[in-house]
Design a protein around this ligand. Structure first.
Ligand code: 0WD
Length: 260
């Protein structure tokens, strides 16, 4: 029997073929899950519908986490769920370079609203849709707890997101609902390309990580399969790294030796 047979999982943040959410949806589908996908805005609707058709005719709903009416409509229409994946973030491009002390109040509020509060908003809206024992997964990044130049306000938003994961895990744990974050290594997507110096980051991580490579959306998707499955039924309130081991490096190899 497939690991996720009989489970319905909602995946947010599918924007195009390269989105991490697409890698996750593909892996969940491959392991037997029935899927529902959300899209944000007309700009991406047709692409998301195309992807949904390839993923077992997944149901598709609009969801803009800044618009409560779309969250209410989603909850009213999506039906029962065995989990959802939060793969959503947004930071103004000018806040992904330069100094953190240059961040505007409005840029901070926007980044935290879309990248962090949205997990609370989704959990609140979908609370009654979730079956007992469901799995909630959010996507985070190492820049939440370590200084990654230029990630700036995005890292601060991820720190809040990781904390929200822990508090939600406590609130929902009495129903056996688990809440975890996957901390993915850097992957080239529409969002990540907004971070100044992102291509160099990919090269440095691939050279320094114990596995000597970057990770892919499929690698992240495979871990999401585990977290959504009953195999992970005792695992909650934690951040799980899918980064080739990069986050445990205490010193980095000389670039000339990195390939050895
Ligand atoms: O290196 C990376 N790419 C990493 C990404 C490393 C570690 C973590 N992550 C995280 C991101 O911070 C994000 O939480 O993974 C998640 C997915 O990011 P992604 O796949 O890199 O980027 P992308 O394909 O752009 O998906 C982010 C999506 C948006 O995509 P676009 O490209 O349309 O901005 O977030 C969604 C949207 O689909 N999104 C929203 N969804 C609902 N309401 C909203 C909103 N207001 N704003 C953005």
């Amino acid at each position: 029997m497939s690991l996720l047979e009989g489970k319905t999982i909602l995946v947010t943040g599918v924007s195009n073929r390269w989105s991490i959410a697409t890698g996750i949806a593909t892996a969940l589908y491959a392991h037997g899950a029935r899927l529902a996908l959300t899209y944000q805005g007309e700009r991406v609707q047709s692409e998301v519908r195309k992807l949904a058709a390839e993923l077992g005719d997944a149901a598709v709903y609009e969801c803009d986490v800044t618009a409560d009416e779309t969250l209410r409509a989603l909850a009213a229409n999506v039906g029962k769920l065995d989990g959802f994946v939060h793969s959503i973030a947004f930071v103004n491009k000018e806040d992904l370079t330069g100094k953190v002390y240059e961040t505007s109040r409005s840029g901070f509020a926007l980044a935290l609203d879309i990248s962090s509060y949205s997990l609370i908003a989704l959990a609140a809206a979908l609370r009654e849709n979730l079956n007992d024992g469901a799995s909630i997964i959010a996507l985070t990044y190492y820049g939440a707890t370590a200084i990654v130049p230029n990630y700036n306000i995005a890292g601060i938003a991820k720190a809040a997101l990781e904390s929200i994961v822990r508090y939600l895990a406590f609130d929902l744990g009495e129903r056996g609902i688990r809440v975890n974050a996957i901390s993915a290594g850097p992957i080239k997507t529409a969002s990540s390309r907004q971070v100044a110096g992102f291509s160099t980051m990919l090269i440095k991580v691939a050279a320094a990580a114990p596995l000597r490579r970057n990770v892919t959306p499929a690698d992240v998707g495979n871990y999401a399969v585990f977290l959504c499955s009953d195999l992970a039924r005792a695992i909650t309130a934690d951040v799980h790294f899918v980064d080739g081991g990069y986050h445990v490096m205490g010193m980095f190899p000389d670039p000339a030796e990195a390939g050895r």
